[in-house]
Design a protein around this ligand. Structure first.
Ligand SMILES: N[C@@H](CCC(=O)N[C@@H](CS)C(=O)NCC(=O)O)C(=O)O
Length: 284
């Protein structure tokens, strides 16, 4: 049944918790310089993983310019639409940062935040590239994921998991598009020089897409179809700084049992079969 527009009751957004919070506060660290506004989602984790990797790679910066604090933004209460948060990210979405090393400069959109952090806090190019062609390759993968994997997998999550009305065609459309995008990543890894998307090191090209791919089962996608990508996920998960980033703003639920993943994958395939049957009936 269609819901008439204008009759949906949207609750007023609650004020976000914009004060400093827990993460990044370690012994010997100065006052937080970077303020991260985030939530426990793939987009949120991109930025906390990058911050934690930079802090691990540059211990001196971790005590100074990369000292950060975290404000957990509860998107279920629409805190991200509150005027105080819109002043930080006019798009009203998490994550965003305010950087006091640059006069409270605000940065939003995950890929833009990763590039900002690289340009200002990765002087030795540990997670990015000095070479113009490698840098360009990294940007290609970053734009590919920012414009493709994130938005499409986000829609797969919405239609497969959260939608109060299940639309088989929409589930088929987005789950299969995520699978197609993963096949591009799989081919990209096969073409690469080693274990990573670009060059021979773990870089922001990997960080920018990993939090989505690690959540593949949530979109009903079976990562085992993509063996190189599955091994890449395991390689990244083994990095301590990645685990630290995944626990911001709060520790997650931990590893998910394979049976739960298999059930999600089977459910998604049932919806796709339903969509195929509906489309076949329409063509008759
Ligand atoms: N393109 C944005 C996407 C950010 C985004 O969609 N964030 C989600 C959480 S993963 C969000 O804030 N959702 C709440 C909303 O849509 O209001 C980015 O990369 O930063």
């Amino acid at each position: 049944m269609a819901v008439p527009l204008g009759t949906v009751d949207i609750p007023p957004p609650a004020p976000p918790a914009l004060g400093p919070s827990q993460a990044g506060q370690v012994d010997g660290q100065g006052a937080p310089k970077i303020h991260l506004y985030t939530g426990p989602t793939p987009n949120g984790h991109k930025v906390s993983i990058h911050l934690e990797e930079l802090r691990a790679a540059y211990p001196e910066l971790a005590r100074t310019k990369l000292a950060y604090d975290v404000s957990a933004i509860d998107i279920s209460t629409n805190a991200q639409k509150h005027p105080s948060f819109l002043a930080i990210n006019p798009n009203g979405r998490i994550p965003a940062i305010v950087d006091d090393n640059f006069d409270a400069h605000n940065v939003f959109e995950t890929a833009s935040i990763l590039l900002w952090l690289s340009e200002n806090y990765d002087p030795e190019f540990k997670f990015t590239f000095k070479d113009a062609k490698l840098r360009s390759k990294a940007l290609s993968w970053i734009f590919f994921a920012h414009g493709g994997v994130g938005p499409m997998q986000g829609q797969a999550h919405v239609f497969f998991r959260y939608a109060p009305i299940k639309i088989p065609f929409a589930i088929k459309r987005y789950v299969q598009e995520v699978e197609r995008l993963y096949s591009v990543l799989e081919d990209g890894l096969a073409l690469g020089a080693g274990d990573w998307l670009v060059g021979d090191k773990f870089s922001i090209a990997d960080i920018n897409v990993y939090p989505w791919v690690r959540s593949s089962y949530w979109a009903g996608v079976d990562i085992r179809q993509f063996p190189k990508l599955a091994a890449w996920v395991d390689r990244i998960a083994a990095r301590p700084a990645v685990q630290a980033g995944l626990s911001v703003p709060s520790a997650g639920r931990g590893p998910v049992a394979q049976e739960e993943k298999d059930k999600a994958i089977a459910d998604a395939h049932e919806w796709i079969a339903k969509a195929d049957a509906e489309l076949k009936a329409l063509k008759k």
